[in-house]
Design a binder for this molecule. Structure first.
Ligand code: F0G
Length: 448
């Protein structure tokens, strides 16, 4: 089935570089097993000369593809003919300038921006990727799909599958998923299979299941998904009056976002649409810090695509030998074998990236701060502000630099972590409910 688009799939391993048509659903290079990228013949695409030209699409927001915060930028992810594009109104998100948190962190008050991706239809950034991947699924005629998930992917996949008529199976680890997310997968009608294992186990199983049964895979191994996630950066730039910030701060789990953001900036620079690439900080939880350990301690680097595979293999062999299973209250990023590791190394190279890990206590305090002064977020998202605090203290980020933290998920995704933090007075921002007898005077005494 040949279909004329200016896009093709290409293996990221420069020693291989195999190319494939976008009509193939392969998700890994069939020759060498490495990750695939979507690449474009840019001279065949009518890309606007200036990013600001995309802003004109706001005037057509009665048309679904122009309303979509992803497809509004469609020339920058031009792999799918219009008739296959799926949208449910994703990407209507807010970049909030947050002065109180900036001040709390000792930054100049107008320099901190929070990108609220929790405002997407399924409540997380995943919808940016799913609109793109489901469009590809439609383009190749997929009827049935699957994903492994720490929760948000399953919620988003279930919602998109239901809205475009695909059968859907989601795999989740046992006891590792926040209830808000599990409730969504069930409510949107996905078949939910809980595997006795963690996310990394689910991720391995789902790949085999997809090959065995010919299901369409929706994890971020799917390069079409990452094309959609690039638009989070386009919207940040849009909200800053088409300027790039100095820093992007993003949580690191399976490393799809960081990979997509690096690719977005490399392409914008190549196209002459930006003149400066922001730096990127990727924040792990200390209980799931594979990237931090590999990059900071074992000096793993992109190295022009010649990634030292032995460092990775030895690291994973050691995790296996120790029966290591990651642990963090930020269950969304409780991942120890991130599938997009190599693409993330490339993004670190492109964006002069830096990697840090933050503790669960730091995550919970940062989450409460974002709730107290902002629109709130789920724990994994708050790793960004916790990481920013470290990087300011280290002097790596200066207090006058413009920083955009990507808040990846909605606060209602994981109410348990929030309630426990406040009720049990776990941190400096805990705000537990007071208890009062059913008596007017006693109640009044409690009101501050
Ligand atoms: N933040 C949230 C809220 C997430 O749900 C995830 C990933 C991440 C950050 C990490 O992003 O993988 O691009 O580095 N959640 C996946 C899931 C793994 O299954 O929902 P990443």
């Amino acid at each position: 089935m040949a279909m004329k688009t200016a896009a093709f799939q290409k293996c990221i391993n420069p020693g291989c570089g195999a190319q494939f048509d976008c009509t193939e659903s392969i998700f890994k290079c069939p020759r060498c097993g490495d990750l695939l990228d979507i690449q474009y013949n840019w001279d065949e695409i009518a890309v606007p000369k200036k990013l600001a030209e995309f802003g004109r699409r706001w005037a057509n927001r009665d048309k679904p593809p122009d309303f979509s915060g992803v497809w509004r930028f469609r020339e920058l992810l031009d792999f799918c003919p219009d008739e296959h594009k799926i949208t449910i109104g994703e990407g209507q998100t807010i970049l909030q300038q947050n002065r109180p948190i900036a001040q709390h962190l000792g930054m100049k008050p107008d320099r901190l921006f929070l990108q609220y991706e929790g405002l997407n239809p399924s409540g997380s950034f995943k919808d940016n990727g799913m609109t793109a991947a489901f469009s590809h699924a439609k383009m190749v005629g997929a009827k049935s799909c699957a994903c492994a998930s720490t929760g948000n992917t399953s919620a988003s996949v279930a919602l998109y599958a239901q809205s475009c008529g695909l059968k859907c199976t989601v795999f989740i680890g046992s006891g590792r998923i926040a209830f808000g997310k599990l409730s969504q997968a069930m409510d949107y009608g996905a078949q939910t299979i809980q595997i006795q294992g963690d996310f990394d186990d689910c991720m391995k199983q789902v790949q085999d299941v997809c090959v065995e049964l010919g299901l369409y895979l929706l994890n971020s191994l799917n390069p079409f998904r990452l094309e959609g996630q690039k638009t989070i950066m386009f919207r940040i730039i849009e909200a800053l009056g088409w300027q790039t910030p100095d820093w992007i701060v993003v949580p690191g789990g399976n490393l799809g976002n960081s990979s997509a953001f690096g690719k977005a900036f490399a392409e914008l620079k190549q196209l002459g649409l930006i003149d400066r690439i922001p730096r990127m900080a990727i924040i792990n939880a200390t209980g799931a810090d594979t990237l931090t350990d590999l990059v900071n301690n074992r000096k793993l680097a992109w190295n022009g695509g010649q990634v030292d595979q032995k460092i990775i293999d030895d690291y994973y062999a050691d995790l296996t030998a120790r029966h290591f299973s990651p642990h963090t209250c930020a269950s969304a990023i409780e991942i120890s074998r991130p599938v997009n590791l190599k693409k993330c190394l490339r993004a670190i190279d492109v964006c002069k990236g830096i990697v840090r890990a933050v503790t669960d206590e730091e995550i919970c305090d940062a989450k409460a701060l974002i709730g107290k002064f902002g629109l709130g977020c789920e724990p994994a998202s708050a790793a960004t502000v916790a990481g920013l605090k470290h990087l300011l203290a280290e002097g790596i980020i200066a207090k006058e630099e413009r920083v955009a933290c990507v808040l990846t998920g909605h606060p209602l995704k994981d109410p348990n972590v929030t309630v426990n933090y406040h009720k049990d007075r776990q941190g400096q921002f805990s705000n537990p409910p007071l208890s009062a007898p059913n008596d007017l005077q006693e109640i009044i005494k409690l009101i501050r």
